[in-house]
Design a binder for this molecule. Structure first.
Ligand code: ADP
Ligand code: MG
Length: 722
């Protein structure tokens, strides 16, 4: 397997494979699986193809005609190829493939073009059946490999065949999977699977082989993650057991509501884990509005009671400020220790953000360093050097999807010993993603919303098809404001100055299906102007976006929370975590420019109190288009888990581990987080069990090698950054 390809293939082929496909060894080549298989009888009609589609078809030559071109020198060869009832036209200029003869079978690869209003396949790459690979061509399924300019699919195919012939089969392939594990899950040997993936005789062959090869990937991945969990568990932290009569009890007494059952259960889970020396690593996922903040606050209070400090890391300044404000409000005098009206047994809550004035920052840092601040709320600024904690006991990361493992680790490193870590996310994460990308965390889920919520009714407003609905939308908004409620209008862009500025927070936007000729997205500044001069004239309307000074942002949010503003026209700065229970209407302009999860997040900003909410997704997309249907799906369900799935699908991130870019060597090729849930769960259990044994991987050198290979894989970086 470790043999270099230039020892078995021609030097030129080996060089091209190394350079263009990163295939260096026999192992690399055998792990370079077909992308799909061509088979007879599956050729599509040319009419059904779109101009620009790249296709490879297996077909038979039906007719060949060559004629001189009229307006320029040279000849034109037209070839009709077909397969059953379907046929298509190929054209070649000044070239005549010697083997392009009627009756010959071949593979034709190219891009669908258009000429004088008719579609054609201009000078495709073709590979015709010749004597020496007759046997291959007789097969039902012909493998099509990820290929490059100089290494076509058929070169790969021939190289694999060469290897097979030279070695007399794949008998030389050692199996990394322990035999009893294979038996437990009914998996074929690696040699058999490789033979079937490269030279299948039936679709079932391929399916079985893929299943087995996915196991290799899933197990390797899970072993890596399990090893990481194990290493983390070996480094002890500090136990922070609850202390009756402290801050936690005071928080519970001050809460204006009863905890939901879910909040209580997760709370107990956290309390027990914090009381252990082994650092907690937990992911708390919960629907938007399920009340995660309270759960986190109670955990922070427990840690403060035990003499430690807790840090709450938020993705935006608006959110950090809001958290600090609401925690202070909830704790009252207990959060003002050291101040005149502060309670002696209380603590201090400090806010630390990048935009603070130097003096304020100095003061905050001092309180963090001397331990007088028990609760520290901040943005990325918390991660900076110079922020030293007296005794960091708990790190809470709010809205995880904006933070990477690296950042989490940077904060974790600020503890004298590894602190406990709680990661919170409102983007529901499909189970498999939690098991892989977040594989080093245990998960808890809040499924229930606090009772008494009004719920959100959502609808799509298709501007082109129902222009009247837009007026109706603004009327509804006015009605809500007249009833004492408030509203958000969200636009994808800030506007005014030129340049394609984006909100810094907008990292994950809508699917990239932008056609180049689309008009620019609607902008906050323009929309706010148009609304206050038109349909929303007379209402108190303000704008909020990332280009405002932090104090201005903070002041606007405060005024909105105090009901001094009726309508907030904003970018997605309101997407995450903003909590104004009196807001009931969310109008999203150019809704098609946002991703599914983002829309769900935005919608979560309304109906956080007892009044029912309304979310209107305004879009020019046709209701029948894929985009229109995506919006309809968001409007039709409030099940965040279902939407998270849809989001993965539409963002073509079903393969969250990285889109299968052809031509890149990688360990993770076949595994799909959406489709292979069962398999991943089984592999996770096997990996955990294997590492729990005394000898671990010591008796499984093959597996150890696979794990080592993954570690050097570029895609492993994805795990780090996810
Ligand atoms: P999220 O999980 O989206 O972060 P929050 O923690 O911001 O949700 O909570 C949403 C709102 O629900 C807040 O106004 C919070 O005070 C309120 N809330 C939290 N828990 C409860 C509860 N058990 N009963 C009633 N309201 C609650
Ligand atoms: Mg929140």
């Amino acid at each position: 397997m470790a043999t270099r390809l230039d020892r078995v293939l021609g030097a030129k082929t080996a060089k091209a494979m190394a350079e263009q496909l990163s295939l260096h060894t026999v192992r690399d080549l055998l792990r370079h699986y077909p992308r799909r298989y061509a088979r007879r009888g599956e050729m599509t009609k040319l009419e059904d193809l779109q101009v620009g589609d790249r296709v490879t078809v297996l077909a038979q030559v039906r007719k060949v005609t060559t004629r001189k071109m009229r307006n320029r020198p040279g000849s034109l060869t037209e070839v009709t190829v077909g397969d059953g009832a379907n046929s298509m036209q190929l054209v070649f200029f000044n070239r005549r493939h010697a083997n392009l003869q009627e009756g010959a079978w071949g593979l034709f690869a190219g891009t669908v073009g258009e000429w004088r209003n008719s579609k054609q396949f201009a000078h495709p790459d073709c590979h015709l059946m010749t004597g020496d690979d007759d046997e291959d061509w007789a097969r039902a399924l012909i493998p099509l490999y990820p290929a490059t300019k100089d290494v076509s699919s058929w070169v790969v195919q021939r190289s694999v065949k060469l290897l097979l012939d030279a070695a007399g089969g794949f008998g030389f392939v050692d199996d990394p999977l322990p035999e009893e594990m294979r038996a437990r899950h009914g998996l074929p040997s690696l040699a058999a699977a490789l033979l079937d993936i490269h030279r299948p005789t039936s679709a079932e062959d391929v399916e079985h082989a893929e299943h087995r090869l996915k196991w290799d990937e899933a197990l390797t991945l899970q072993l890596t993650l399990a090893a990481r969990r194990k290493a983390a568990a070996l480094e002890p932290g500090i136990a922070r057991p609850p202390r009756p009569g402290g801050l936690l009890d005071a928080v519970d007494a001050a809460l204006p509501f009863a905890l939901t059952e879910g909040q209580r259960e997760v709370g107990e889970e956290l309390a027990a884990e914090l009381a252990r020396e082994q650092p907690m690593h937990r992911l708390l996922q919960g629907e938007v509005g399920s009340g995660k903040t309270v759960v986190a606050l109670r955990a922070m209070a427990q840690v403060v009671d035990a003499g430690g400090q807790a840090a709450l890391l938020a993705p935006t300044e608006v959110l950090a400020a809001q958290h600090a404000r609401s925690i202070r409000a909830l704790l009252g005098p207990l959060g003002r220790a050291g101040e005149l009206d502060g309670a002696l047994e209380g603590t201090r809550i400090v806010l630390l953000t990048g935009s603070q004035k130097a003096a304020a920052r100095r003061e905050a840092r001092a309180a963090v360093a001397d331990g007088s601040a028990g609760i520290v709320v901040g943005t990325h600024a918390l991660l900076q050097e110079g922020v030293d904690f007296a005794d960091l006991g708990l790190v809470v990361v709010d809205e995880q999807h904006r933070f990477g493992v690296e950042q989490r680790d940077a904060l974790r490193a600020k503890g004298n010993r590894p602190p406990h870590v709680l990661v919170m996310t409102a983007t529901p994460i499909p189970r498999t993603v939690a098991m892989t990308v977040y594989g080093d965390l245990e998960t808890s889920t809040l499924r229930q919303l606090p009772s008494g919520r009004g719920g959100v009714a959502s609808s799509v407003v298709p501007v082109r098809e129902k222009p009247g609905w837009v007026d109706r939308a603004w009327e509804r908004l006015r009605e809500e404001v007249a009833a004492g409620r408030q509203a958000y209008v969200v636009c994808p862009r800030i506007g005014e100055d030129a340049g394609a500025e984006e909100e810094p927070d907008d990292a994950d936007g809508a699917p990239a299906d932008d056609a180049p000729d689309r008009r620019p997205p609607l902008a906050v500044i323009d929309v706010a102007e148009a609304l206050s001069a038109g349909p929303l004239a007379g209402l108190r309307l303000e704008v909020l976006h990332g280009r405002l000074a932090p104090e201005a942002k903070e002041a606007t949010m405060r005024a909105f929370a105090a009901r001094e503003i009726d309508v907030l026209v904003a970018t997605t700065v309101v997407e995450v975590g903003v909590d104004v229970p009196n807001a009931t209407v969310m109008v999203v302009m150019d809704a098609d420019r946002f991703g599914v999860s983002q829309l769900h997040q935005l919608r979560g900003r309304v109906a956080r109190g007892k009044h029912p909410g309304l979310c209107l997704l305004v879009s020019e997309a046709a209701t029948s288009s894929a985009t229109g249907q995506r919006l309809a799906a968001v409007a039709s369900t409030s099940d965040g888990f279902e939407l998270a799935r849809l989001d993965l699908e539409t963002r073509r991130e079903g393969d969250v581990l990285g889109a299968a870019q052809s031509g890149r060597r990688s360990t993770i090729k076949l595994l799909s987080l959406l489709e292979d849930e069962e398999l991943i769960a089984e592999a996770r259990a096997e990996a955990t069990a294997l590492l729990a044994t005394e000898r671990g991987l010591a008796d499984h050198p093959g597996l150890a090698m696979e794990v080592a290979a993954l570690a050097t894989d570029e895609r492993a970086e994805y795990l780090e950054k996810a």
